[in-house]
Design a binder for this molecule. Structure first.
Ligand code: GDP
Length: 714
């Protein structure tokens, strides 16, 4: 392991913490209010309502165990065994008159979902108009006209333009952009690694982050008291530091990646020594692999009596992770998050990994940064925790963050100290945004307020257009799928939901989880999402959309708001555990679902004797009565009866009469004898079996798996 020794030596001199900015002022950070209307437009709601009638099957979150569960044969209906549907139809047709010529119904063609694949072009700082014209396919003259219309100075087509202007112009000509950040010619300096903690539920991700947070710079400054701000920095005695993203789990990682934010440098994979590799361990491994991010394994709970780190190593090895102990390059550290042991070794391993990756960033020039969390403070407005990837973010700069814009009023480090600037891999809190962006949004520094407004407006329009397109597309796909099952699937009903949470990341995660409860019968429509406590305006919105309100990790609304919700008949669900919330919402969805009509065998009887009743009318047919004993379930007067002989269906018809000792009855239970007449049936034989068939409404089921994934099974 010579390389390791060398790298360790090198470590002692590198990575001076970037968190050295001075100044005082510590503010208590009360998270609070305003609402962020993410899908508030009335026209969108109306459109969604219009489309609703033909929404259909969606994808569900399906874990390995769920998939295998789904594969299993559906439970048989309680009561007696039914015959296969094909068989019944075949036999019944045999006995009845041949079918009259049926009208030819052409098979329904699946509608092609229109995929609006917009062109994506790569843009970069300092590109010329000629280059942009080539990429977008528009003429230089058209681009110049756009520049004039957005108030930009139009020089020669060979003059360099800034990346935000290139984005604005590209949006105007209707193409998507991918920003390239070239560090060519820039002075690069080593930067600390940004680490995300992942692993199976209950393996100790949160405990590990809690333990690490206690050793963070912020905790040391604040006497051990810290709060969750999305990220924290741990400093080593050598002066090196590590930035940890403070949201455990895979949802945050994928949400960031979905927005193109490649913030994480290293994944710490937590595996419990007493539990070993589990489905979400594998999921984390594949996330890291897809994102091309190296893994450092932390075998946790090594303090437990049943801990078997060796077994975990073998399992990880057999899952394709080339561990250092087995000659590979993935480091493994044994820790106990609870006892705080092995944390220094883990930090060392992370720094070593970072050293091998030779992480460097440009320090000068405009910042390229990402949002890791956003929340609203009553006094300070929207607060954004951001990590700068390269360049420097300065107080006073105009920024566009996702579809929001603002002017940086203040920058604070994670210890709450104000700073004038923020450098690479340094998590900071930014004050001064006009609205609340989302985790994973990129932060673009722009030259003026005018440009910030314009870029944010352009992005908003684009987001809205994409949302509408997505809705249309889902609708087309759903109606195509529904088309095939139109006869079996009942109309889909809607459960409208207003989601409120403590921070933006939570709100997004809750909304995504609720959407995973979508089913062919119930469409979970998130009509509004927002950060902060439940307000009167939330109640108003819920009332307008006939929605319920879900509050996650927030306190109960004040009594006037609760009262107003009660008067408007709006249900409020407050939870702090996501599973409990999903369970309650699952129940509500099951309650609202129309269910599917199903024929069930509710009783079975044996024919003991046959009686014949002469018709009172001279020309009328005689009536055959089957004297039966109910051997299972019960028979009802309104049901359909099926006559079976030697296991084969010989007749099916409605019940014309059900009597017990000459008395008409509505139902007869197991063990009793009765006289039964089936409409138009003259063909009873002693020993025949009669089944009582009833239409029942089968409601969907709320299903949860061991891994915590839930869905509604129709
Ligand atoms: P997460 O779901 O992965 O975030 O797991 P948590 O951090 O919430 O931990 C799940 C449970 O394991 C909690 O009851 C923790 O107290 C416990 N736990 C976490 N780390 C350790 C450890 O190192 N040793 C022991 N004995 N228990 C631990």
């Amino acid at each position: 392991m010579a390389w390791r020794a060398l790298a360790k030596k090198a470590l002692s001199t590198s990575y001076l913490s970037n968190c050295g900015a001075a100044i005082t002022a510590s503010h208590s950070l009360h998270s609070t209010l305003p609402d962020v209307l993410l899908c508030s437009r009335v026209d969108l709601l109306t459109a969604s309502r219009n489309l609703r009638s033909c929404w259909g099957i969606r994808n569900y979150h399906a874990s390995v165990s769920l998939l295998s569960w789904r594969g299993r044969k559906a439970e048989e209906a309680p009561g007696l065994k039914t015959l296969g549907r094909e068989k019944q139809v075949k036999r019944v047709n045999k006995l009845r008159a041949p079918p009259v010529e049926a009208r030819y119904v052409p098979p329904k063609l699946k509608q092609q979902a229109k995929l609006t694949q917009e062109k994506t072009v790569e843009i970069f700082e300092g590109m010329t108009l000629v280059e942009l014209a080539k990429r977008t396919g528009s003429s230089v003259r058209v681009l110049q006209e756009i520049l004039t219309s957005i108030g930009e100075k139009v020089g020669s087509e060979f003059d360099p333009i800034t990346i935000d202007v290139a984005e604005l112009v590209s949006m105007e000509v209707g193409v998507n952009v991918k920003k390239l950040h070239s560090e060519e010619g820039a002075i690069l300096k080593p930067r600390p690694p940004v680490v995300t903690v992942m692993g199976h539920v209950d393996h100790g991700k949160t405990s590990l982050l809690d333990a690490l947070r206690k050793t963070s710079v912020a905790a040391k400054e604040a006497g051990g008291i810290t709060q969750h701000l999305g990220a924290f920095v741990v400093s080593m005695p050598s002066g090196a530091s590590i930035t940890f993203l403070d949201t455990p789990g895979h949802a945050a990682f994928t949400a960031m990646r979905a927005r193109g934010a490649a913030v994480t440098d290293i994944v710490t994979l937590v595996v419990a020594a007493d539990d070993g590799v589990m489905p979400q361990t594998l999921e984390a491994m594949s996330h890291a692999r897809e994102a091309n991010v190296p893994v450092v394994v932390a075998i946790n709970k090594c303090d437990k009596p049943g801990a078997d780190p060796e077994q975990v190593r073998i399992q990880l090895g057999s899952e394709g992770l080339s561990l250092e102990d087995l000659g590979g390059d993935v480091q493994v550290v044994e820790i106990s998050a609870l006892k705080g042991t092995g944390l220094d070794k883990l930090e060392e391993a992370l720094l070593l990994q970072a050293e091998l990756m030779d992480l460097k960033a440009r320090v000068d020039g405009p910042a390229q940064a990402y949002v890791v969390e956003a929340r609203v403070d009553r006094g300070r407005g929207p607060l954004v925790t951001a990590i700068v990837k390269s360049g420097t973010l300065n107080v006073g700069q105009y920024v566009v963050v996702g579809a929001e814009w603002g002017r940086i009023r203040a920058i604070r480090d994670m210890a709450g100290r104000t700073a004038e600037l923020a450098g690479p891999a340094m998590p900071v809190e930014i004050e001064g945004m006009r609205g609340l962006p989302m985790a994973g949004d990129d932060i673009t520094v722009v030259g003026s307020e005018e440009r910030a407004r314009m870029l944010s407006q352009g992005r908003r329009k684009k987001l809205e257009r994409e949302r509408l397109e997505r809705m249309n597309q889902e609708n087309v796909e759903a109606s195509a799928e529904e088309g095939d099952e139109a006869d079996d699937v009942p109309e889909r009903v809607e459960v409208a939901v207003v989601v409120k949470g403590d921070v933006q990341g939570t709100v997004q995660a809750v909304a995504d989880s609720l959407r995973s409860l979508n089913s062919p019968q119930v469409f979970v429509n998130i009509v509004h999402m927002g950060v902060g406590p439940i307000s009167q305006s939330d109640v108003d919105k819920a009332q307008a959309c006939n929605a319920c309100i879900v509050g996650f990790n927030i306190r109960s609304p004040p009594s006037p708001i609760s009262l107003s919700a009660k008067q408007a008949n709006i249900k409020i669900f407050l939870h702090r555990v996501i599973y409990h919330l999903l369970e309650e919402m699952g129940k509500l969805i099951v309650e609202k679902a129309p269910g599917t009509a199903e024929t069930q065998v509710t009783g079975e009887a044996e024919v003991l004797s046959i009686f014949e009743l002469k018709s009172r009318k001279s020309k009328g047919p005689d009536v055959k009565i089957a004297g039966c004993r109910i051997t299972d379930g019960r028979f009802t007067r309104t049901a359909t009866m099926r006559l079976l002989r030697s296991g084969e269906v010989v007749f099916e018809g409605s019940c014309a009469s059900l009597k017990r000792e000459k008395q008409d009855v509505e139902a007869v239970g197991k063990g009793n004898e009765c006289g039964l007449v089936i409409q138009d049936c003259q063909d009873f034989k002693v020993g025949d079996v009669i089944q009582c068939l009833e239409q029942v409404i089968r409601k969907p089921k709320f299903v949860s798996s061991e891994s915590g994934a839930v869905r509604i099974e129709c």
